[in-house]
Design a protein around this ligand. Structure first.
Ligand SMILES: [Zn+2]
Length: 467
C-alpha cells in the first residue's frame, strides 16, 4: 500500500475510534492484538517458543507471558519477524552517529536506548508504526492542543519547532525529528534538534537565533531555560512547550508556562512506543489505547486497581510487526484514574510517576554554578559503547562518583577509559574541567526507598547553593 494512503487511512481511523468511544476503541484493540499475536507466533521464533502452550484461539491478554528487555535483547534475532535483519547489521548502523534519522533498509526507523531500567535496547520500527506515529501526531496532538488561532500563528512563524534533546547517538527523540527532516524538505527547514549536552549559554544563543514557535524538551531542561528567559538572556516566544521523558511537578510546570507565556503539554512516550499518551486540559494523560495496550501491574505482575500507583506497567505495541512488543515490562509507575476523564475522553486515563533524575549544580573554576541537565550528562554515559548500565552520583560539590556495569564480555578497563573520556569531554564543554570523576567499585544500584533505578543522583547537601 502507498505510504501516503496508509497515513490518511490511519488518520481517519484514529478520528473514527475516538468518535465511536470506548466500544470502538476496545474493538480495535482486540482485533489488532489478535492479528499481532498470530503474526508473532508465525514469524518470531522467540514468541513461537514463548507461546508454545497457548491455545490458537480463546486466550485472553492476561494469558500471554510478560516479556522483559534483557530477555528479548538476549534473543534479538529470534525476536524479530524478519530473518533478513541481523543484529550485527543494526549495530553497525547504530554505531554511526552521522546516520541518525536515516531510514534503515526500506524506510525503517531504528533507535537505541538504555531506558529507565538501564539496560540498552535496539528498536526497529516498521513502516506501519511510523505511519501510526505520524497520523497520531496530527490527530491526537496537533488537533488536540492547537486552536485555529494557534495554527495561524504557527504557519506565520514557519512551523519552527526546536527539539532540545540528547544527541550524538540514535536516541528515539532526536532520531525521530531527524527521520522526519530526512523525508520532507519543509520539515528540514522547520524542525531542528538542539543538543541538550551543549553549554547553556550556547544553547540560549542558538535558540534566540532560531526563534522557535514550538519547543520540546525534558522538564529539567525547560526549568533551566525558564530561568534564562526570566533573566532576559533567552528571548523566545513559543506558543506552546511540550515535555516528556521525566515527570514534572505542578509548580515547575506553572513557572515554565509563566516564564514563556505559553502552555506546557505532556507526552508520555518511550522508545518502544513513541506516543503512549497525550495530556488534556484536565491535566490527565489519555492513552492511545486503539494502538497501544497499557496494563498497570504490581510487583507480581498482577493488575493494580485504578486509583493506586502501579509497580510497573506492561506495554503492548499494536502497530509494529517487525519487532513485536507484547506485555513488555516498561518499568514505569502509572496510576489509572478511578473513573473517566473529567474532559469526557473515552480513552484510558492515567498519570505517570516518571523517572526523576536530579539536576546537578556544579561549581566551575571561576565560581559560577553550572546546572547540568540529567538527561544530558546521562546521554554522555549511555552513548559509550560497552556500557550495560551506568549511574552518576554527586558526592561532593565538585565530585561525581561513576558506577559502571559493562556489557557481558566487554573489557571493564576499556569501557571505563571510554566512559571517562566521554564524561570528561562533556564536562570540559560545560566549563567544568575541575570536576572530579571517581571510579566506583560498587555497581549501579536501585533507590533503596522507591526501588526505582535513577541514572543521575545529587546526594543531599552535595550541591552548592543555587547561584
Ligand atoms: Zn481528559
Amino acid at each position: 500500500m502507498d505510504n501516503e494512503l496508509t497515513y490518511v487511512a490511519v488518520a481517519r481511523d484514529l478520528w473514527r475510534a475516538q468518535r465511536e468511544g470506548t466500544a470502538g476503541i476496545a474493538r480495535r484493540q482486540a482485533r489488532r492484538l489478535a492479528t499481532l499475536v498470530a503474526h508473532a507466533r508465525a514469524r518470531s521464533p522467540y514468541y513461537r517458543r514463548l507461546y508454545a502452550d497457548l491455545p490458537a484461539q480463546g486466550w485472553k491478554l492476561g494469558d500471554l507471558p510478560p516479556t522483559t528487555k534483557p530477555e528479548l535483547m538476549a534473543a534479538f534475532e529470534d525476536w524479530l519477524t524478519d530473518p533478513a535483519i541481523t543484529r550485527a547489521d543494526i549495530e553497525a548502523f547504530i554505531a554511526d552517529p552521522a546516520r541518525v534519522g536515516e531510514p534503515y533498509r526500506d524506510g525503517l526507523f531504528v533507535c537505541t536506548t538504555s531506558g529507565t531500567t538501564g539496560h540498552p535496547g535496539l528498536f526497529v520500527h516498521d513502516r506501519r508504526v511510523v505511519e501510526v506515529y505520524r497520523a497520531m501526531t496530527i490527530v491526537r496532538l496537533d488537533l488536540g492542543w492547537f486552536s485555529p488561532l494557534d495554527w495561524v500563528t504557527l504557519v506565520r512563524r514557519g512551523l519552527r519547532w526546536a527539539a532540545i534533546v540528547g544527541t550524538g547517538a540514535h536516541f528515539a527523540a532526536t532520531g525521530w525529528v531527524e527521520f522526519e527532516r530526512h523525508r520532507n524538505p519543509l520539515y528540514r527547514r522547520a524542525f531542528r534538534t538542539f543538543s541538550v549536552q551543549q553549554p547553556l549559554a550556547e544553547l540560549v544563543a542558538a535558540l534566540n537565533a532560531f526563534d522557535p514557535a514550538l519547543v520540546s524538551s525534558y522538564p529539567s531542561a525547560l526549568e533551566l531555560l525558564a530561568e534564562e528567559q526570566l533573566a532576559g538572556r533567552l528571548r523566545i516566544r513559543p506558543i506552546m512547550l511540550e515535555t516528556g521523558g521525566e515527570s514534572m511537578a505542578a509548580a515547575a510546570r506553572a513557572q515554565v508556562a509563566a516564564a514563556f507565556g505559553g502552555p506546557v503539554h505532556d507526552v508520555y512516550g518511550s522508545t518502544e512506543f513513541e506516543m503512549i499518551a497525550v495530556d488534556c486540559r484536565a491535566g490527565w494523560l489519555h492513552v492511545n489505547s486503539d494502538w497501544v495496550v497499557l496494563e498497570p501491574v504490581d510487583a507480581a505482575l498482577q493488575p493494580t486497581p485504578p486509583g493506586r500507583p502501579s509497580h510497573t506497567v506492561l506495554l503492548t505495541n499494536l502497530a509494529d510487526r517487525i519487532q513485536p512488543i507484547i506485555r513488555y515490562d516498561l518499568g514505569d509507575s502509572v496510576l489509572q484514574a478511578p473513573g473517566p476523564c473529567p474532559c469526557g475522553s473515552p480513552f484510558l486515563v492515567i498519570q505517570v510517576e516518571g523517572r526523576r533524575d536530579d539536576v546537578l549544580r556544579l561549581p566551575a573554576r571561576d565560581g559560577r554554578i553550572v546546572a547540568v541537565v540529567p538527561l544530558a550528562i546521562g546521554a554522555a554515559l549511555e552513548a559509550t559503547r560497552g556500557v550495560h548500565r551506568g549511574q552518576l552520583v554527586q558526592t561532593g560539590p565538585a565530585v561525581i562518583r561513576v558506577r559502571v556495569e559493562p556489557e557481558p564480555g566487554a573489557d571493564a578497563e576499556v569501557v571505563w577509559a571510554a566512559v571517562l573520556g566521554n564524561l570528561r569531554a562533556y564536562l570540559v564543554d560545560q566549563g567544568l574541567e575541575n570536576v572530579e570523576l571517581i571510579r566506583a567499585d560498587e555497581p549501579p544500584a536501585q533507590d533503596p526507598t522507591s526501588g526505582k533505578f535513577r541514572e543521575v543522583i545529587a546526594a543531599p547537601d552535595a550541591s552548592p547553593a543555587r547561584g
